[in-house]
Design a protein around this ligand. Structure first.
Ligand code: GH3
Ligand code: MG
Ligand code: MG
Ligand code: MG
Length: 334
């Protein structure tokens, strides 16, 4: 190949290290001969590479690689002490899950040398002396791959985040913003396991609004929905501990998961909830219970053992709720 005209050479060189979205490009030059390093550094400078690091031995190269994390390595093979193959292997081991392009630049020109270079972790292999335009072309190719990889990594991080958000959304009740039934099932299950492991008491409270059908019939569904939203807000207000979970179990039924809460604590919580609802005083003229919205609750508390299941806890809380309703509503039973 003939030497390219200076114009082509210069423009190719400038394009070798464009300030892309991934930031400046840094290159580590490894060669034991200072004269070779100088020539390469001059080429890279001419090509617009803003940061160039130099190493004359494998050990220095590895240290620089770990500390400065260059974007690309130009690696000689014959070095004093450890050779370039070893250096490439060490570099690969030093960046698990990451990738820095390594281009071998060696006087060794047998097929076996090329094979060994690629096998030891190199991405390309050039035989010295290398024409500047070839070096620049190779840099551009690696830069392209590096940028593509970085975009993929960023994309996969975004996907992971979006997936996480989606998973969270799947467990949120659209009306109240509380955890929905799906989330409730998952959290109750995991809190039973945690309480069993830690030997701590776990409380489950099922709440059902009193005479809510009458509320809906009088005010209409839109007002009924607004009321459910407000109850959701109040429940969140009462759940002061970070692990307490208020969920919408069904239509006008709410479930509270209270980890590390003994029976006495559960009763205190229930009183606080009743009080908050009373102070808020949502008008319910058709309720025979004082003209304001009330709720009934069934509570079960236990230190779970191997016989405790979500179903058994829900059943007990449900039975207690049924009793609270039967005894006149606006009360908690356990
Ligand atoms: P009780 O005191 O025995 O619980 O009487 P209740 O009227 O609350 O009980 P019931 O189960 O007979 O009625 C529940 C009502 O809750 C039925 C429906 O009108 C209302 N409801 C359930 N889900 C929703 C909802 O998503 N939005 C609205 N607006 N109302 C709902
Ligand atoms: Mg050498
Ligand atoms: Mg109900
Ligand atoms: Mg009800």
């Amino acid at each position: 190949m003939t030497t390219p005209p200076p114009a082509i050479h210069a423009s190719a060189a400038r394009a070798a290290a464009p300030d892309g979205p991934t930031g400046p490009f840094s290159v580590l030059v490894v060669d034991d001969l200072a004269s070779v390093r100088s020539a390469l550094v001059a080429e890279l400078r001419h090509a617009g590479v803003p940061e160039i690091l130099e190493a004359g031995t494998g050990d220095v190269a590895l240290e620089l690689f770990k500390q400065r994390r260059p974007d690309l390595v130009l690696l000689d093979i014959k070095l004093p002490g450890r050779d370039g193959y070893w250096v490439a292997q060490q570099m690969r081991e030093a960046e698990p899950g990451d990738w820095t392009p390594i281009i071998f630049l060696s006087g060794l020109d047998s097929d076996l040398d090329v094979w060994r270079g690629i096998e030891s972790g190199g991405d390309d292999y050039l035989v010295k002396p290398v024409k500047p335009i070839v070096l620049v072309a190779k840099l551009r190719a690696m830069r392209r791959l590096l940028d593509m990889r970085r975009r993929l990594v960023a994309m996969s991080a975004e996907l992971h985040l979006a997936n996480q958000r989606l998973n969270e959304m799947v467990e949120v009740d659209a009306l109240t913003g509380l955890v929905n039934r799906r989330g409730f099932d998952r959290i109750l299950h995991s809190e039973i396991l945690a309480a069993r492991r830690d030997g701590t008491p776990l409380t489950l409270m099922l709440c059902d609004l009193d005479h809510f059908k009458a509320y809906n019939d009088a005010g209409g569904h839109v007002q009924g929905d607004a009321c459910l939203k407000e109850v959701g807000r109040l429940l969140r207000e009462v759940c002061v501990r970070p692990r307490d979970i208020a969920s919408r179990y069904g239509g006008e039924e709410f479930a509270l998961i209270l980890p590390n809460t003994p029976r006495s604590g559960a009763m205190t919580f229930a009183r606080a909830l009743g009080q908050v609802l009373k102070v808020r005083g949502i008008s319910h003229p058709d309720s025979p219970l004082g003209g304001i919205l009330t709720l009934s609750g069934g509570i079960t508390t236990c230190v779970p053992d191997e016989n405790t299941s979500a179903e058994s806890m829900i059943m007990r809380a449900d039975q207690a709720l049924y009793a609270a309703k039967a005894q006149g509503r606006n009360r908690f039973f356990s």
